[in-house]
Ligand binder design. Sequence first.
Ligand SMILES: NC(=O)c1ccc[n+]([C@@H]2O[C@H](COP(=O)([O-])OP(=O)(O)OC[C@H]3O[C@@H](n4cnc5c(N)ncnc54)[C@H](O)[C@@H]3O)[C@@H](O)[C@H]2O)c1
Ligand SMILES: O=c1ccn([C@@H]2O[C@H](COP(=O)(O)OP(=O)(O)O[C@H]3O[C@H](CO)[C@@H](O)[C@H](O)[C@H]3O)[C@@H](O)[C@H]2O)c(=O)[nH]1
Length: 444
Amino acid sequence: MFNVTVIGTGYVGLVSGTVFADKGNSVICLDIDEEKINRLLRGDVPIYEPGLQELVIRNMSSGRLDFTTDAKRAVQSSDIIFIAVGTPSAEDGSADLRYVQAVCRDIAQNMDRHKIIVNKSTVPVGTADKVKLWIEEHLEKDVPFDVVSCPEFLREGSAVRDSLNPDRIVIGGANPEAVKVLNKLHEPFDAPIIETDPRSAEMIKYASNAFLATKISFINEISNICEKVDADVTMVAQGIGLDKRIGSHFLKAGVGYGGSCFPKDTNALIQIAEDVDHDFELLKSVVKINSQQRLKVIEKLQQQLGRLEDKVIGILGLAFKPNTDDMREAPSVDVIHNLKEYNSKIKVYDPVAMAMARRVLPADVVYCDGIEELLQGVDAAVLLTEWEDFKTINWGLMKDKMHRPVVIDGRNVFDPEEMRAMGIQYSSFGRQNSQQILQELVNS
Ligand SMILES: NC(=O)c1ccc[n+]([C@@H]2O[C@H](COP(=O)([O-])OP(=O)(O)OC[C@H]3O[C@@H](n4cnc5c(N)ncnc54)[C@H](O)[C@@H]3O)[C@@H](O)[C@H]2O)c1
Ligand SMILES: O=c1ccn([C@@H]2O[C@H](COP(=O)(O)OP(=O)(O)O[C@H]3O[C@H](CO)[C@@H](O)[C@H](O)[C@H]3O)[C@@H](O)[C@H]2O)c(=O)[nH]1
């Protein structure tokens, strides 16, 4: 068992630290955010992530998990130090490494003996070398250390499950001794381990996210064509996904991807390529398709309602995906800001992301307590996050509460035939042609 420090207690740091503790290691998590650490010390987890609260409390009670804002204590109590701070987008789209740099200074100034410093944040290729330089720059005495790159692949909403059962673990290090230690630390996870050099490890992370984002934009383009040729994208996704070389995951068409990773990491990879004079045209198209895809909601609303001015639009789901309260780059934010430009009136409901949403949505948005309140009197409902609660809405009953029975399904959750049979003017992504929509308009 090892003494482990994790720096940064966000989605990645908090979940990884807790999971390492659960595997029997002694873990201390460091953050500069005092309020966050105080809450954690009370066993109160500041993010919504299924299963995390219980796991944190269990490991704190067993004495294997602790939290602090004291960098000296955190650095000196461990042999392995994970960096898990944010790497947001800089203005040019590249990854802003200022937090990683600050952590390097904190580590260097408190280093008392040999440390293995492991980078878990998503960082541009070559950052392991920079981390080494930044630490050397601030070292007050000659203490040996290794830098290893171990990117993280967990998804929000299933972070605990993903961390306990990873598809693979990537360890990129130059010193075989340090790689051996990390191999041992990850042994209890029973996942294939890829040992590689730090640069390849860093690239694996970006390439994974870019590939998944490409799959989503690809199926969204197919869905846009499906609408014009009267094919059904869900059948197409099933048909191509059964080919093992393609795979069935990440082929759900709709309003496209959001979140704290895909938008930021695709842009960062475009910039990484640009820095070595490579024009990553494919990925640029992926990003462009994704930003256009969100606004298809507006087109679909216009097809159903005509002018959007003064129309009351109810937004079902605000988080960028279900089972999280994360609003970073959520499609709902763009859709709502856009609807405001058309002077629509907006009502919103999300089972967990309402508090986060208040920080990023326009001031005059009306926050509702539940589905019924949201649907009351709306000219259209727009589903943007496929929360389980929304899948069981009885539209046959709900349509009487609505001013007009218009539903735009941004995640292809409902069955088009059933919706139409219930008298709903239903529009989804890649599952019906424009002729049908026009016909419905004529009939209504
Ligand atoms: N969120 C995800 O699903 C996910 C998954 C895989 C990888 N990643 C990557 O992991 C990294 C962290 O992402 P996140 O979503 O956990 O970020 P986050 O914003 O949720 O958390 C980052 C934390 O780091 C803390 N911090 C900042 N500077 C610090 C310092 N000097 N010392 C101590 N703490 C400091 C912040 O206070 C914050 O609590 C990013 O590079 C991200 O791209 C994220
Ligand atoms: O078929 C699909 C699958 C996903 N999405 C959308 O894509 C976004 C991202 O979803 P997901 O990948 O499940 O969530 P994240 O938590 O952002 O996880 C991604 O980003 C993390 C941060 O780098 C990585 O660690 C994960 O492996 C990677 O899946 C969400 O808006 C989803 O709605 C689709 O539109 N269609």
